[in-house]
Write a protein of this length. Sequence first.
Length: 218
Amino acid sequence: MPQEKGKPQGEEQGGSPSSTSPDPHGPSPPQLGPDGLPYELQILQSLRRIVRAIDLYSQKLKNEYDLTVPQLVCLLAVAENTPLTATRLAQSVHLSPSTVVGILDRLERRGLIQRERNPQDRRRVNITATIQGLELARTAPTPLQDGLANALRRLPELEQAAIALSLGRIVEMMEARDLEASHVLESGALREDAAAPDNVNSASRGNLDEPPGRNPID
């Protein structure tokens, strides 16, 4: 059939070039953003920046203060709410009891907190920050998630909702729905701060407020 005058080869009348016709069964072509980059690339770059920021903050905290982010979060909570029980601490920082037990052991060994029995209820243990712990809490940098939370609160509610929905959708697409999450922005220290094997008994007695290695006093 002779080619219609004025039409490129492979293009039917009223259609588009066959070489550029999208495959209905294949992936869609990438959508470009205002800067000319595909949106998928922009999203991946943003995720990498987030991970990198968390890693840099965690490394700086470890190098300059010899603390992990969960340890700092717990120390700040104790310093601001002294005295505090371990149960209340775990609830306030949204960490698991076993993680909190491991963190308290490490903070106590460093002389940053102390655990003492409540004089009104000898079955309970109060956690207080030492002078050294209070000083470290005063000079340590603000946890990364606190600055982010404050910035998010300043956004309009509609924008907060859009961010939450978008991130939730990314989690679903990464098939990470079943991963346990914490509000603490940290790349890996939650596993390090979990109670060590020699502290498992203190975490599994059923009373988180009992100090490790001690029997309850009636």
